[in-house]
Design a protein around this ligand. Structure first.
Ligand code: IVH
Length: 707
């Protein structure tokens, strides 16, 4: 009889345990993921069965039983978790010298004072800038996840981790040989069985992709909430939520990089490289750019290569983690209280820094576009001092919620010009006020206009605004235009100020006396300048067309138009339809050309230039030469252009890419190096982000064209 009661009690205990986990699991699916897998009726049945058993066996009832939290959404309690294996930090290598010293030290320890050269293998992994996490799997099921905490004890964030799509809830079994070694390992025999490890501890990094971060901050700003300073903070804030429903909405991601396996049959692979393979085979996300290096030299190459290439990824990395590949040496070498001796973190110099937004200046371009530039308290960033950052347009000022005096996070990544990533709202001074965009031109005080469908503001005072005039003249003498060497930006400003030059034709009317009367202008320089100006009369038609500064007409388009029409007269007579017949020239450009030549001032300018002896036609239209071809800076790079650009159309952008040696294709794939996005980019952007393709906006693209 007694043994029957004992048996009944045993099976009730097991069933209660099972029901508790089932109820918790389904409650999580229902409340947090909004993805129930069973009907309400089925759930109620499980719940009542649990209640009944708890009533019959009150001594077996868990005080934390889900029956105590009727109808409550699961909530994270941040219970303390003691890590089975301490979660250590890493020693840092700040430069290549540190890497050499680390390598030497390793070799000395491993060779045991022996003089023999030891050959060691190393795994290089990108150092993900997120927050480290420890995951526990029992019999292939995710049972617990915890933050690092102080390395020994962390916080239980299991429920929040369960919302991360990358995190496998159930693992795929391993195929092992007769010795218990996974079959993909070096020296393994044929598969004899499939098995899940009894216990698996995994270490990894939870992070937020750059695109999810941008998206999240946009939403927060729109809702008048404070945006996060960077993706790392956003990931940390999102993972440490009491309500996992919020975490679930944050789109967190995961990379895993360490495995500690305990099982009576399965053997832990002997190398770190194979352990990463094992993680992958079992269904974990593992960063794909890892590399097996044979020497410190190869490690340095990898670090150098990724110091640039990492900017093309959709997640932030702040260095490279180098681990000894042979795990048997890990135990031999051991760890200090802070970090293991078998690994080191090579750190890239920080590319983000906090500084103060001192002012927002407005620059008036040659077409009247008024663009904001942030003036920053100078700050050292990735080896250079940054004083200014581009702000692209009014939308960005609004999106970031910028105010003068704000502490801002500036970022400089790769070749991309510095930009303001976010505002640290907590540091905002109480008296600060929202930034008001100017309504009048900062140069000539004319009321600014916003042309429909364009984000930029424009000063409509085309001929009266001194800033526009100066910009136009500087553009006219520029390298790709009339290429008048000796007439630089400063001289143009001097000439305008002295009222000697008002339009492009005035350059050709300058006298020796007028030039030498200018400050810092010697006789020799004056003579040189005159010679240069005279020489520019021979520049090809395309150079002149470009130099006129017609809206949307870049060097490439100017060349297309020049070689099609052959003379300025024919261009001036052409209709928009005729111009847009040229392959690579769209209607927007064609209309801009017609519009330019319909204005009396411009026709007059052309007439004057003609009288002054400028060459207005090409000998043979097909052999037109617009000066030197641009440098092949995009050689080997593949671009996709999507969305509406404001300074050019897609065809123009593609021609500009091709002229610089790049390839322009229409669909985004793994082979794409850059996606250039204009307004309303559509699905290509999402695809690029998913594939980790570098995304550049129009101003960044323009900067690349100019580089
Ligand atoms: S190994 C005991 N591998 O960097 C070895 N860590 O600065 C511990 N991290 O706490 C970690 N990417 O949060 C390792 N591929 C990687 C990593 C990585 C990022 C983080 C991790 C660690 C910190 C040390």
């Amino acid at each position: 009889m007694g043994s029957q009661i004992a048996h009944e009690l045993e099976s009730a205990k097991a069933r209660i345990k099972e029901l508790v986990s089932l109820v918790e699991h389904h409650r999580f699916l229902y409340y947090v993921l909004d993805r129930p897998e069973i009907s309400d009726g089925e759930f109620d049945k499980l719940f009542h069965e649990l209640e009944d058993l708890e009533k019959r066996f009150p001594e077996l009832k868990d005080p934390n039983s889900p029956t105590e939290k009727v109808g409550a959404a699961p909530s994270t309690e941040f219970k303390e978790v003691r890590h089975r294996t301490a979660m250590l930090s890493l020693a840092n290598a700040m430069d290549e010298g540190d890497l050499d010293r680390w390598g030497d030290r390793l070799k000395r320890s491993v060779s045991d004072g022996d003089d023999k050269e030891v050959a060691l293998g190393y795994v290089c992994e990108l150092k993900i800038d997120g927050l480290s996490i420890g995951l526990t799997y029992e019999e292939g099921r995710f049972v617990q996840g915890a933050t690092r905490g102080n390395g020994t004890v962390g916080e239980d964030v299991t429920l929040n981790l369960k919302t991360i799509a990358d995190l496998p809830a159930k693992l795929k079994p391993l195929e092992i040989d007769a010795e218990g070694l996974p079959t993909f390992c070096a020296g393994a025999g044929a598969a004899v069985e499939q098995r899940l490890p009894a216990l698996l501890e995994v270490r990894g990094e939870v992070y937020m992709s750059v695109s999810s971060f941008t998206e999240l901050n946009r939403g927060l700003t729109e809702a008048n909430d404070s945006p996060f300073a960077n993706p790392r903070n956003a990931a940390s804030g999102s993972l440490r939520q009491k309500n996992p429903r919020i975490t679930a909405k944050r789109n967190l991601s995961l990379w895993t990089y360490l495995a500690y396996l305990e099982d009576p049959v399965i053997q832990q692979p002997r190398s770190q490289f194979e352990c990463m393979k094992m993680l992958e085979v079992m269904g974990f996300p593992v960063e794909p750019n890892r590399f097996l290096a044979d020497s410190i030299l190869e490690i340095k190459d990898y670090c150098r290569r990724w110091s640039e290439e990492r900017h093309g990824l959709n997640y932030q990395t702040d260095g490279v983690v180098i681990k000894l590949n042979d795990r048997r040496l890990w135990e031999e070498l051991g760890a200090t209280s802070h970090s293991p001796r078998w690994a080191v973190a090579f750190k890239y110099p920080p590319e983000e820094a906090n500084t103060i937004l001192e002012d927002i200046l407005f620059e008036v371009g040659r077409t009247g576009a008024v663009t904001p530039v942030a003036v920053l308290t100078p700050v050292l960033l990735a080896g250079t001092t940054v004083k200014r950052a581009s702000l692209h347009n009014a939308d960005q000022i609004e999106r970031l919620g910028l105010r003068l005096g704000d502490t801002v996070v500036v970022r400089k990544a790769g070749e991309i010009i510095p930009e303001i990533l976010s505002v640290i709202v907590e540091k905002r001074k109480e008296e600060s006020k929202p930034f008001v965009y100017p309504s009048a031109c900062p140069e000539c005080d004319t009321t600014l206009i916003r042309i429909e469908e364009e984000v930029v503001l424009r000063c409509p005072n085309t001929y009266g605004c001194r800033a526009q005039k100066e910009r136009r003249l500087k553009h006219f003498v520029g390298k790709e235009a009339m290429n008048i060497e000796g007439v630089g930006e400063v001289l143009v400003e001097q000439l305008v100020k002295a009222d000697l030059v008002d339009n492009a034709a005035d350059f050709y009317k300058l006298s020796f006396e007028q030039l030498v009367s200018l400050e810092r202008m010697g006789e020799k320089s004056a003579r040189n300048v005159l010679k240069e100006i005279e020489g520019s009369k021979e520049r090809p038609l395309a150079a002149l067309l470009f130099g006129l500064g017609i809206r949307h007409v870049g060097a490439t388009v100017a060349e297309l138009i020049a070689s099609h029409f052959g003379s300025i007269d024919r261009v001036m007579e052409a209709s928009a339809e005729q111009i847009s017949e040229i392959e690579g020239v769209g209607t927007v450009i064609a209309e801009a050309v017609v519009d330019y030549f319909s204005q009396p001032q411009n026709r007059e300018l052309i007439e004057t230039l003609k009288e002054l002896g400028l060459k207005m036609e090409d000998a043979s239209p097909s052999s037109a030469d617009a000066g030197e071809a641009p440098a092949q800076v995009f050689a080997g790079k593949t671009f996709v252009v999507t969305g509406t650009l404001s300074n050019m159309d897609r065809k123009q952008a593609e021609t500009a890419i091709k002229m610089r040696g790049g390839k322009a294709t229409s669909s985004v794939s793994k082979k794409t190096d850059y996606l250039v996005v204009g307004e309303s980019p559509g699905s290509k952007l999402a695809k690029a982000e998913q594939l980790g393709v570098t995304v550049v906006n129009e101003s960044q693209f323009l900067a690349m064209l100019e580089s």
